[in-house]
Write a protein that binds this ligand. Structure first.
Ligand SMILES: Nc1ncnc2c1ncn2[C@@H]1O[C@H](COP(=O)(O)OP(=O)(O)O)[C@@H](O)[C@H]1O
Ligand SMILES: [Mg+2]
Length: 315
């Protein structure tokens, strides 16, 4: 039994060539382990190395160092790719084919037997809510519709692992909601594992069990989302409005963010029980003015903090 669907060890990629030396590796000693049956968000600003990692995992480019094991096989194993659904960052579609025809071609390439092929294509069109457009030409589709077709082809084969490069890009809020439902169903109903890169932190926070943050080719952190956001599992964030209550707590907070005029966010890494009961009392007394958030920071501030800390270290 494979415990992890993806495991990398010091995975490195430098785009050096004989005529041009890259200033730094695009990917620098990446070590990640992605457990089975989880949704893993792979985060990082533009140029962090996300697409590079995904291309290596799919066997599309070779690393210059380190190892990657996908579904228990080396990254360049061809057979195991049949168990993976893949959405590249800029998928190429044949504009003259209809959605139905395109997915039928994909299903043939995946060697889905002819007796189930038609039914499966119709099923996935239904899942991504593109059934009404089944017969329309792909060339007439909007970016969001194309993204749905991309997701449809990725799940055609009922994969054990989905690897998706920026799948939320170009989707409107409805599309993103539907995408989240599709991904959750892949995990819950089909026991699939999902690895996807994204910039849309609120969606990541909503559906991911695990995340990692990559910056300039280096991994800044990885692990279960709630553990990371609570600074190790015991952290508490308190949102406060009004300076009166803040004064009681501010000196004891591990991190203080002034969010607005008389609005504060205090983070306590490991609050002792005495401190916790004081916070609880304040919260009961002042309700809206003192609000406790278990599980720490929100992903957005955590993300920016990590990236900014790293950028400051390297400057
Ligand atoms: N084919 C390539 N040749 C040279 N440099 C590349 C190539 N592809 C990506 N890079 C560089 O590698 C770094 C990481 O890129 P990429 O993996 O696309 O990041 P992300 O997907 O996180 O935005 C960037 O600095 C990018 O310019
Ligand atoms: Mg990319």
């Amino acid at each position: 039994m494979e415990e992890y669907v993806i495991q990398t060890e010091d995975l490195t990629k430098s785009y050096d060539s004989w005529f041009k030396k890259a200033s730094r590796p695009a990917l620098n000693k990446l070590n990640i382990s992605i457990p089975k049956n989880c949704i893993f968000g792979f985060l990082g600003p533009n140029g962090a190395g996300k697409t590079t990692t995904i291309k290596i995992l799919m066997g599309l480019i070779r690393p210059t160092g380190g190892k990657a094991v996908v579904l228990g096989k080396p990254y360049d194993d061809v057979e195991s790719k049949n168990r993976i659904g893949f959405l590249p960052d800029s998928p190429a579609f044949t504009p003259t084919l209809s959605a139905l025809e395109f997915l039928d071609v994909c299903a043939r390439l995946l060697k889905i037997p002819s007796d189930t092929r038609k039914q499966r294509v119709e099923e996935v069109l239904e899942i991504v809510r593109m059934a009404p457009h089944a017969k329309s030409k792909i060339g007439t589709f909007s970016r969001g519709m194309l993204q749905r077709i991309g997701i449809a082809q990725a799940i055609l084969n009922k994969p054990d692992l989905l690897i998706l490069d920026e799948p939320l890009l170009g989707l409107d809020p409805y599309g993103r909601q539907e995408f989240k439902e599709i991904i959750l169903a892949q995990k819950q109903q089909f026991q699939a594992s999902v690895f996807f890169s994204s910039h849309i932190l609120s969606d990541v926070a909503e559906i991911c069990d695990n995340i990692s943050i990559l910056n300039k080719g280096k991994l800044l952190c990885a692990g279960p989302l709630d553990t990371l956001l609570s600074g190790g599992g015991e952290g508490v964030t308190v949102d406060i409005s009004g300076t009166v209550h803040v004064r009681e707590l501010i000196t004891e907070a591990d991190q203080v963010v002034k969010k607005g005029n008389e609005e504060w966010e205090l983070f306590f890494k490991k609050p002792e029980s005495a401190l916790l009961s004081r916070i609880n009392n304040l919260s009961e007394q002042f309700c809206d003015a003192v609000q406790i958030r278990k599980g720490g920071e929100d992903l957005e501030s955590f993300f920016f903090k990590k990236i900014e800390e790293d950028n400051a270290r390297n400057n």
